[in-house]
Design a protein around this ligand. Structure first.
Ligand code: PLP
Length: 462
């Protein structure tokens, strides 16, 4: 199994190389050369199996020779051992035909742990074998950063730098990033928004001297290893509500399009997925893209669902690559237009293909608050604001097909919004109960590439 770039000119890589690299050298994202499929019997056999069993079956065809079966199975088991729910991704019922997939039982209380815990294990195994030392730089709207720090803290052959937008993450998110004491962890508060953080990161990857000089590795949601790990829970949850015998739809609170793209891969692998519904907050570029056939960037307006406050949705490039018939040159032109002119258009054929698979909707701030309040009455479930965006949009897309909405974070990560909506203050779980008492350690940095690069080079010398 080899991986190709969505922009068509970077070299083909193995799974291990694609995972360790992150961004392709032509600026594109790696995708599998072919998408493997599972038979109906293989999917049916997932009923009643453990999360780890399903994870092995789903991911194995993608990893090639990178790990032996025995090694891979051990990495999976270790990755999910720290979750505090035996099912890992339990399913709750909200209403007739509407289910909630709780993805917040990992160590940092957001779905990012599913991918990050596993790639932490896979990176470590690969680095132990090669003896290499790497510098991980990540950009975060809040949850990727804490999940990455949790996965890589204390490892001897890794430095991890996390760029987050200063003043634009929740206090719990910030404290999760600034309170770890390990010296290989570096929290950087950037003067700018999440798109600025992501742009700085992309510029570092495109500066090959710097990239090779520090052995830069990326664990942002563009990393194929992360997308892959997220494919698994689409299978476990769909099978729990009747797949492969009946189709299932999903609603996914969406920012960088990584999570929902994993759902698309599940569908291509043979899972009977009817619709994949993109749920956005007021930063609704993806909803507008699907409606109009043009992607037009606007400013980011901070919301109560900060992990989705984004205008440049990196993984959308992967869907575009498929919709364009895997024509990397067209994708490269569209991405250049987005960077230079803030907009690009999608061909008629490609937008029709996208609309066959994806639907979309948005939730305003008021609608998000209202969804938190009314879900507490309807089912007793306390939603985080991101999951509430999902539930609001899913309710508008109900049909005879079962709908599974992804709950992407624990309500205790966003206590202010939840309390405002319900009067309830969701408590942090015991392992994080003293978060507010721990000392914070963070460096405020300007939105300036050269300054950032200097700081990183100095820190890794120590
Ligand atoms: C990251 C995140 C999202 C968005 O996921 P993408 O894969 O970027 O689309 C939604 N909700 C929460 C809580 C997140 O942390």
């Amino acid at each position: 199994m080899m991986y190709v770039s969505t922009r068509g000119t970077a070299p083909k890589l193995t799974f291990e190389e694609a995972m360790m690299t992150g961004l392709a050298r032509d600026g594109g994202l790696y995708v599998p050369e072919e998408i493997p499929t599972l038979s109906t019997d293989q999917i049916a056999a997932m009923a009643g199996a453990s999360y780890e069993d399903v994870a092995f079956t789903v991911m194995k065809p993608f990893i090639g020779e990178t790990f032996t079966d025995h090694e891979f199975r051990n990495l999976i088991d270790t990755a999910y051992a720290g979750f505090n729910h035996a099912a890992r991704a339990p399913l709750k019922q909200l209403d007739n035909n509407h289910f909630l997939l709780e993805l917040f039982h990992g160590p940092t209380l957001a779905f990012k742990d599913f991918a990050m815990q596993l790639i932490g294990q896979m990176f470590q195994a690969s680095l132990t074998r090669s003896g290499n030392r790497i510098t991980i730089v990540g950009a975060t709207s809040g949850d990727t950063g804490s999940a990455a720090i949790e996965a890589f803290r204390g490892l001897s052959n890794v430095d991890v730098f996390i760029l987050y937008p200063h003043g634009r993450v929740s206090e719990v998110q910030r404290r999760q990033m600034t309170t770890p004491t390990e010296s290989n962890v570096h929290a950087l508060a950037l003067d700018g928004d999440f798109d600025d953080c992501q742009a700085a990161l992309k510029d570092m990857f495109n500066d090959f001297d710097f990239r090779d000089g520090v052995n830069l590795a990326g664990v942002n949601s563009i990393n194929w290893g992360r997308v892959l790990a997220q494919v698994v829970y689409f299978f476990t949850s769909a099978v729990a509500v009747g797949a492969p015998l009946r189709p299932v739809s999903f609603t996914v609170p969406t920012g960088n399009f990584g999570d929902i793209f994993a759902g698309y891969i599940a569908k291509r692998m043979g899972l009977p997925v009817d619709k994949l519904v993109i749920a956005t907050n007021q930063n609704d570029i993806l909803h507008r893209t699907l409606e109009t056939g043009a992607q037009v960037k606007e400013g980011v307006t901070p919301s109560i669902s900060p992990s989705m406050d984004i205008q440049v949705s990196s993984n959308f490039e992967r869907a575009l690559f498929e919709a364009n018939g895997r024509d990397g040159a067209t994708v490269a032109e569209q991405m250049a237009d987005l960077k230079d002119k803030g907009a690009f258009t999608i061909s008629q054929g490609a937008i029709e293909m996208l609309r066959e698979t994806f639907a979309s909707g948005r939730a305003s701030e008021d609608e998000t608050f209202h969804a938190i309040t009314s879900e507490l009455t309807r089912s007793g479930e306390l939603l985080c604001p991101h999951s509430a965006v999902g539930v609001h949009v899913a309710d508008a897309h109900q049909s005879a097909t079962p709908m599974i909405t992804l709950a992407t974070a624990h309500p205790a990560k966003f206590p202010a919004a939840v309390e405002k909506a319900t009067g309830l203050h969701p408590p942090l779980p015991p392992h994080m109960a003293d978060l507010y008492e721990r000392d914070e350690r963070v460096t405020q940095v300007p939105n300036d590439l050269a300054a950032l690069q200097t700081l990183i080079k100095e820190r890794i010398k120590q």
